[in-house]
Ligand binder design. Structure first.
Ligand code: G3I
Length: 350
């Protein structure tokens, strides 16, 4: 009995997880139990970090005969895609365009808080557009027919619903730097590269009725009105216990009414490292359960994806939220936590 089987037995949605290429690498010291579990448990896989721009294009393109020559590194992504193919799993590609994965060769400048940020003026607007187009087209093209769903643009809004500053805005003045143009173009280029892939916009903090959720809604409506090929909206669903998830199904339905599919794309629920038993684990199960229920309640909700499936390998506790590293559904030794059982129960009544 697996989560994928439970999902199939219930409403027939797909159920997946992000996985890390280093742990399924047959040539290095991969982790066999991790690999076997990832293969068996899920019908959907997301390469956690292997498709982001800084990973796939580690060196600056060069110019030859009026064209950019890119030095791509597809090896990590290929490993995960091959893995999923071998196991008959659908793949979701995270993310084509994301402010947080600009390669290190792009020149930096001091940001508002003094920390380095990519300099939007490092290249001319035309070059910025060419880099963006190549990034989107070449990546989708490379995996045409193999990656079924793409997170085309990720996290384009700040919390208050304004555009998040990025290197692409200056290439799309309206008349001041603006995000709409690069977002619409990215969807069009992705669609031209693989007409069968489903394309979605991805965001966090939009599960409830927040300013960001309202801005996202207006954007999706505008894209649909302009016939931009957008097929879905991804709700990352990184949550903590105190958030609750009130109104999530309503939010999913509201977006679905615009004619798009909706997905849970990166779910985890952080609790304290010390919470190895007892009440927090049950509360965590409750939040997972509510999210699954919300998806099942909305016909347009087609998959649920976890952002890591074991506490042994989760971005929470290492990259961020130190001290909160028990956010996933399996323990360090891959034993089911209450959240796992609760999800299976919601999906299939097991
Ligand atoms: O692989 C290197 C390793 O060689 C090195 O020793 C180590 C030291 O810092 O870093 C390792 O890379 C880290 C990588 O995760 C793999 O663990 C990066 O520093 C770290 O920045 C990276 O974090 C990822 C983060 O996105 C930023 O790219 C997380 O794993 C990943 O889970 C997270 O995922 C994002 C989604 O894409 C978008 N939504 C939010 C979500 C969480 O931030």
């Amino acid at each position: 009995k697996t989560l994928a089987a439970a999902a199939r037995a219930g409403d027939g949605i797909m159920f997946g997880s992000a996985i890390q290429s280093a742990l399924i690498d047959p040539d290095s010291d991969g982790d066999e139990t991790y690999e076997q579990r990832a293969a068996a448990e899920f019908s959907l896989i997301a390469p956690e970090n292997d498709l982001i721009w800084e990973v796939t294009e580690p060196t600056e393109p060069t110019r030859e005969g009026g064209e950019w020559v890119h030095n791509y590194a597809w090896n990590r992504a290929e490993e995960v895609v091959d893995f999923a193919d071998r196991n008959g799993q659908t793949i979701i590609g995270h993310h084509l365009v994301w402010h947080s994965s600009v390669p290190s060769w792009w020149p930096r400048m001091p940001g508002p808080d003094g920390k380095p940020i990519p300099n939007p003026e490092a290249y001319t607007p035309q070059v910025v557009r060419e880099f963006l187009q190549d990034r989107v087209e070449d990546t989708v093209n490379r995996f045409e027919g193999r990656i079924g769903y793409w997170s085309v643009v990720n996290e384009v809004f700040a919390e208050n619903g304004s555009w998040r500053p990025s290197i692409w805005q200056r290439a799309y003045p309206n008349p001041v730097p603006d995000s709409y143009g690069y977002i619409a173009d990215s969807f069009r280029w992705a669609h031209a590269a693989d007409a069968n892939a489903k394309l979605y916009i991805n965001e966090y903090g939009v599960e409830g009725n927040t300013a960001k959720a309202r801005a996202l809604y207006d954007l999706v409506k505008r894209l649909r009105n302009d016939n931009v090929p957008i097929h879905g909206v991804g709700f990352q669903t990184h949550r903590k216990l105190t958030d609750g998830l009130t109104g999530f199904a309503d939010m999913l339905r509201r977006f679905a009414d615009l004619g798009v599919e909706v997905y849970i794309t990166e779910m985890d629920v952080r609790i304290h490292d010390t919470a190895t038993s007892g009440v927090e684990l049950l509360q965590q199960a409750e939040v997972y359960g509510r999210a699954v229920r919300a998806c099942l309640d909305v016909a347009a909700c087609k998959f649920i994806n976890l952002w890591g499936f074991t506490d042994a390998h989760s971005w929470i506790g290492t990259v961020f939220h130190i001290g909160w590293g028990r956010a996933t559904v399996l323990t360090n030794t891959l034993a089911a936590k209450p959240a796992y059982n609760r999800i299976a129960a919601e999906l299939a009544g097991w």
